[in-house]
Write a protein that binds this ligand. Structure first.
Ligand code: PLP
Length: 458
C-alpha cells in the first residue's frame, strides 16, 4: 500500500478534531499495517510495539484465532439490537460470572457496554443506586478511569475537568503507595501501612467529615481502585496495602470497585490484576483486551446484591451497541483461548525475562532510575543522571526517536513504539504483547539501549 503522507496530514490538519491525543507527537504518525508485536509504516519499516494500544491488544496484532472468531460471527449474526438476546452474550457473561464465583465465592452478573469509560459510568450508577443515591466516591491520586464527565470526576487529574465544570461530585483522592518515590526512612510496606492508617483515621469520629458514628454511615459510596496504576505509571503497590485498605472499607460499609480496564486480561499474569492482592471486589470493570482491540466491548461484573433485577431493573442503563455480537464472540474466544493453557505462567515467565533485560539496561544507563514489573506490566522511570529527578524531556526525545523508524536491529531498520505515563510523565509504561517471544524481548532491549544512547546525545 502506498499513501500520500503529506496530503493525508494536510487533510488531517484541516478536517480532524485535535481534541484527542494524536497531536501529542509532532508530526502525527501514520501506520498502515500491523502483525504480532509490530506496527508497519508505509515504507514497510517494522516498529516493535511495547505498548500494544494501551494494553488493548494483549494477544498480538492480527491474532488469527480471534480474527477467525470475529469472521465466523460476521458470517452468521453480526448485527442485532441490544434489546434482543444472542448466544455469545449469554455465554460470555456466564464464563465471567462463574469464574468470579469460583474465585471470590460471590454470585454475580455481568453488564456490557462499549468503551471503558462507559462501563465506569455504569458502575457509578450501580454503586450510587445500591448506596441509596450517594454520589461521593474515594479514588487514588494518580488514578485514571476515563474521560467521560462521570469518569473524569473520579480521575485525579484536574486537567481533564478544568474546562467543563463539575458533573456530580469530585472524588476524594487518597495517596497511592508509590514505592520508588516513598518518604525517606520508610520501607514501601511501612509507607503503605501509614496510608491505610491515615485513611482509617477519617472514620474515628464525625469531625473528620465523612462518617456518622450515630448511624454507622459513610458519606462515600465506594472506593475506585486500579490495583496497579496504569496511566499513573505502572506503579505496583506493596503486598500489604490492599488487604489493609479493604479491611477499613469492610468495617465501614464502603464498596470496592476494581477498575481492570488496563490491567485485566492477563496483563499481570492473572486474569484480573486484583487477584495478585488477595482481596474481593464488589464491582469489577473491564474493557480493552476483552476483544483484543477488535470490535469495542466493555463491561462490569457486580455482586448479585448490587445488580439483581430487583435493584437494577430493565432500562437502568442502555447503549445501542452494548453487548454487540462481534464483541461478545471475540470476548468469549479470548476467555476460551487463555484458559486452555497455563496462560498466567507464560506471561510471568516472559515478564521475568523482560524485567531482567531492563535491570541489565539500568546498569548501563544511570538515567533509568527505577524498573519494576508484575507479569508483562513493566515500568522504567527515566531520570536525570542522579537516577531520581524525573526527566520528561529525555523520555520525550526517546519517544520521538523511536517513532522516526531509523533504529537499527541486526542491519535492518526498526522503529519502537513506547507509551509515556507517570505522575511526572517520565515513566515508560511497557505493555508488550502477551505473546511476545524471547527474540523480540532481546530486540526490545537492543533498541531501548540505542534509543536512550541517541536521546542522551541529541
Ligand atoms: C484504568 C483505566 N480505566 C478506564 C479507562 C478508560 O477506558 P476507555 O479509554 O476505553 O474509555 C482506561 C483507558 O486507558 C484505563 O486505563
Amino acid at each position: 500500500m502506498s499513501i500520500d503522507t503529506a496530503s493525508l496530514l494536510a487533510d488531517e490538519a484541516r478536517y480532524c478534531s485535535f481534541g484527542d491525543t494524536v497531536h501529542y507527537v509532532n508530526p502525527p504518525k501514520i501506520f498502515t499495517g500491523c502483525e504480532g508485536s509490530y506496527m508497519f509504516d508505509d515504507a514497510g519499516t517494522p516498529y516493535l510495539d511495547l505498548q500494544m494500544w494501551y494494553s488493548a491488544v494483549n494477544f498480538g496484532y492480527r491474532n488469527r484465532r480471534l480474527e477467525d472468531a470475529m469472521t465466523k460471527q460476521l458470517n452468521t449474526l453480526p448485527q442485532i439490537a441490544s434489546q434482543y438476546l444472542h448466544p455469545t452474550k449469554i455465554e460470555l457473561a456466564r464464563v465471567i460470572a462463574q469464574d468470579a464465583e469460583k474465585k471470590w465465592g460471590s454470585q454475580g452478573r455481568v453488564h456490557f457496554n462499549v468503551g471503558g469509560a462507559q462501563a465506569i459510568e455504569d458502575s457509578l450508577k450501580i454503586v450510587r443506586n445500591a448506596s441509596g443515591g450517594k454520589s461521593l466516591m474515594f479514588a487514588f491520586e494518580g488514578g485514571y478511569h476515563g474521560r467521560t464527565l462521570g469518569a473524569s470526576s473520579i480521575t485525579s487529574s484536574y486537567r481533564y475537568r478544568r474546562r467543563y465544570g463539575h458533573f456530580g461530585d469530585r472524588a476524594q483522592f487518597i495517596p497511592f503507595p508509590y514505592p520508588f518515590r516513598r518518604p525517606k526512612g520508610m520501607t514501601a510496606e511501612e509507607y503503605a501501612d501509614s496510608i491505610v492508617r491515615d485513611f482509617e483515621r477519617k472514620f474515628e469520629n464525625e469531625y473528620h467529615a465523612i462518617w456518622d458514628p450515630k448511624t454507622n454511615q459513610c458519606e462515600y459510596a465506594a472506593f475506585y481502585i486500579e490495583p496497579i496504576q496504569g496511566t499513573g505509571g505502572y506503579v505496583i503497590p506493596p503486598a500489604n496495602f490492599f488487604t489493609g485498605l479493604k479491611r477499613v472499607l469492610d468495617d465501614h460499609g464502603v464498596l470496592l470497585v476494581v477498575d481492570e480496564i488496563q490491567m485485566g486480561f492477563w496483563r499481570t499474569g492473572k486474569l484480573w490484576s486484583v487477584e495478585n492482592f488477595g482481596i474481593k471486589p464488589d464491582v469489577l470493570v473491564f474493557a480493552k483486551a476483552l476483544t483484543n482491540g477488535l470490535n469495542p466491548l466493555s463491561g462490569l461484573w457486580a455482586r448479585e446484591e448490587l445488580i439483581n433485577p430487583t435493584v437494577f431493573p430493565p432500562g437502568s442503563t442502555h447503549s445501542t451497541f452494548a453487548s454487540n455480537p462481534l464483541g461478545t464472540a471475540i470476548g468469549l474466544e479470548v476467555m476460551k483461548m487463555t484458559h486452555e493453557m497455563d496462560f498466567g505462567k507464560q506471561v510471568c515467565d516472559a515478564g521475568a525475562y523482560f524485567l531482567d533485560g531492563l535491570r541489565d539496561l539500568q546498569k548501563r544507563h544511570r538515567e533509568i532510575g527505577d524498573v519494576d514489573g508484575l507479569g508483562l506490566a513493566l515500568r522504567a522511570e527515566i531520570c536525570t543522571e542522579d537516577g531520581f529527578t524525573p526527566n520528561k524531556a529525555l523520555l520525550d526525545k526517546m519517544v520521538d526517536i523511536g517513532l522516526e523508524g531509523n533504529l537499527d536491529y541486526q542491519g535492518s531498520k526498526r522503529g519502537l513504539v513506547l507509551d509515556v505515563g507517570g505522575y511526572y510523565k517520565n515513566v515508560i509504561t511497557f505493555a508488550p504483547s502477551l505473546m511476545i517471544t524471547r527474540a523480540e524481548i532481546d530486540e526490545a532491549m537492543a533498541l531501548l539501549d540505542q534509543l536512550i544512547t541517541r536521546a542522551k546525545q541529541a
